[in-house]
Design a protein around this ligand. Structure first.
Ligand code: FES
Ligand code: FES
Length: 159
């Protein structure tokens, strides 16, 4: 029998108190308890990156993080990235560059890029490719994604 934990979490600026099972992952809490389905569920082994979110500003694969390990954390998901009606520079750039095909990897890709650009706000193309290498896209061939992250970095740097 799995134990239940009381969990305090701030997600996209909103505070939550939740009862979660000891075996539940952060991804399950986001998708099932909070119905935030932007973070996707795929390999569940930390290999593909489609479940990426920011935890205290750093990129994590939410499928391999037990929710109970996230007590008191600040989580940002793709749903919380925009500023009200104003899209984040990454979201705008992905649209501008036509970097989205089926879209399945895109929330994880954008959250990974958002975390990466905090650490390296002016990356080279090669650095962007390295920064995104943990997020797998089966559709795009990555060129437009990399261009979009470059565009967003320029936009964000110009502010
Ligand atoms: S679903 Fe989390 S890394 Fe693949
Ligand atoms: S756009 Fe389809 S998996 Fe990346």
């Amino acid at each position: 029998m799995s134990t239940t934990h009381e969990l305090n979490l701030t997600v996209n600026g909103e505070e939550w108190q939740l009862s979660v099972k000891g075996t539940e992952t952060l991804l399950e809490v986001l998708r099932k308890h909070l119905t935030l389905t932007g973070a996707k569920s795929n390999c569940l082994e930390g290999e593909c990156g489609v479940c990426a979110v920011l935890m205290n500003g750093r990129v994590v694969n939410s499928c391999i993080l037990l929710a109970a390990q996230c007590e008191g954390a600040q989580i940002t998901t793709i749903e919380g990235l925009a500023n009200g009606e104003t899209m984040h520079a990454l979201q705008t750039a992905f649209l501008n560059r036509g970097a989205v095909q089926c879209g399945y990897c895109i929330p994880g890709m954008i959250m990974t890029a958002a975390g990466y650009l905090k650490e390296n706000p002016a990356p080279t193309e090669e650095e962007i490719r390295e920064g995104l290498c943990g997020t797998l896209c089966r559709c795009t061939g990555y060129t437009k994604i990399v261009e979009a992250v470059q565009e967003a970095a320029q936009t964000m740097g110009a502010k």
